[in-house]
Design a protein around this ligand. Structure first.
Ligand code: PLP
Length: 424
């Protein structure tokens, strides 16, 4: 039996091979073009990143690390991964970087494997206060295999450092985690370092949501304080979906590398590592500092516009790309608000707020982020406008009929995004 690939196998387009998937991909690009993306965990990658992701590097399988692979033919793969590592170290002033984690959760899991044994205690931010699933939620492996203790936030939404310190002293964790998914303020890394030192714990800072601000110099740098820092590359860092592990010093390199491979992962997703290298190079350019400054200014402009309109923004503002709105004073749920905003092409996600009594599918809050809008060029006046459009819709919902407000917001969004084209 012999096999000859069809003429199209190496040359046929997606549209010719699989029109259904091609149509869905095309429609998704249009959706991104026609709306304002306010989901805090999203961004818009460069054309160069898309190209890196779609190359035949996807065919190459390697395990291990550059110079010490388990498969041959790894010369170019090594070049890609080495460049990604060097760029990550340069960008964050790190002595150690691992660019292999398939996601932020995988990066955290590897850190747990490196530092902990099943049953060990970990102190992290409560999911309900803005923490992340991978920091010990009951349904996550971290919550099932570790003894998780949480700290939370006060009534205004600010991290409760006294509670954090008290919990550390009571539970004497092996690891303390700082950072979350829906906490809008800068974290006091020195307070966490103190608490960790007082009880002999290691400190992990998870900067998934503000890694780009750290890279751009507009957010305090966790590396001098943390034993290990994890990040995602696809949120505020404006790159491919994936994770990173960093440390100021190289002394944990063997332990952390072994925890990623063979600890929690097998072969490397090399096209993703190539794309990470691209995003890290982009983040090393002076232009990225402007981007980071603009993200923060834009998030603050949107928060200020909402506050001005009487919307309950937790903590009254933000030090990060994200902001969290408490909808309880309006009598509107997170799910209803995100559905109605979606109809106006303003995409955000429902999110629990501290003390929320609604289930996770409903919630009483909304989370917004400025990373993606800023990537297409929107400025402070645009984000103030967006804040006002969101306020128009939410206030109309609270008074019972949002139809007119949604119609007006949708046409204002259409005018706005027409001025900021993407993927031309
Ligand atoms: C988004 C996020 C992650 C990673 O999520 P993945 O979906 O696994 O990439 C990890 N930690 C925090 C705090 C996050 O916000």
């Amino acid at each position: 039996m012999s096999y000859t690939p069809s003429a199209e196998y190496f040359t046929g387009t997606l549209a010719a091979t699989d029109p259904d998937i091609a149509a869905a991909l095309f429609a998704e690009t249009e959706r991104q073009r026609d709306g304002v993306e306010l989901i805090a965990s999203e961004n818009l990658v460069s054309r160069a990143t898309l190209e890196a992701l779609g190359s035949p590097m996807v065919n190459k399988t390697v395990e291990g690390y550059p110079g010490a692979r388990y498969y041959g033919g790894a010369e170019h793969a090594d070049r890609v991964e080495t460049l990604a590592i060097e760029r990550a170290k340069e960008l964050f002033g790190a002595g150690y970087a691992n660019v292999q984690p398939h996601s932020g959760s995988q990066a955290n899991l590897a850190v747990f494997l490196a530092f902990l044994r099943p049953g060990d205690s970990v102190l992290s931010m409560d999911l309900a206060a803005g923490g992340h699933l991978s920091h010990g939620a009951g349904a996550n492996i971290s919550g099932k295999w570790l003894n998780i203790v949480h700290y939370g936030v006060d009534e205004a939404g600010f991290l409760d450092y006294e509670e954090m310190r008290r919990s550390a002293e009571e539970s004497r964790p092996k690891l303390i985690i700082a950072g979350g998914s829906a906490y809008p303020r800068a974290v006091d890394f020195a307070a966490f370092r103190d608490a960790a030192d007082a009880v002999g714990a290691a400190l992990l800072v998870d900067m998934a949501h503000w890694a780009g601000l750290v890279a751009g110099g507009v957010h305090p740098d966790p590396l001098p304080y943390a034993d290990v820092v994890t990040a995602t590359t696809y949120k505020n860092l404006r790159g491919v979906r994936g994770g990173l592990i960093l440390a100021a010093r190289a002394d944990l390199a063997r332990r952390l590398d072994a925890a990623v491979f063979p600890g929690v992962q097998g072969s490397v997703i090399l096209n993703a590592v190539a794309a990470k290298a691209v995003c890290l190079l982009e983040a090393l350019q002076p232009e990225f500092r402007d981007y980071a400054h603009a993200v923060l200014a834009n998030a603050r402009a949107m928060a200020a516009a909402l506050v001005e309109r009487g919307i309950a923004v937790l903590t009254g503002g933000t030090d990060t790309p994200l902001l969290l709105v408490d909808l309880r004073p309006l009598g509107v749920t997170g799910v209803a608000a995100s559905d109605v905003l979606e109809a106006a092409h303003l995409t955000a996600n429902k999110n629990g707020v501290p003390g929320d009594t609604e289930p996770p599918q409903v919630t009483s809050g909304l989370r917004f982020g400025a990373s993606a809008g800023t990537a297409r060029g929107l400025g402070e006046a645009d984000f103030a406008l967006i804040g006002n459009l969101v306020a128009d819709v939410l206030l109309a919902m609270a008074s019972g009929d949002a139809e007119v407000a949604v119609g007006r917001a949708r046409s204002a969004v259409a005018d706005l995004v027409a001025r900021y084209p993407i993927y031309r």
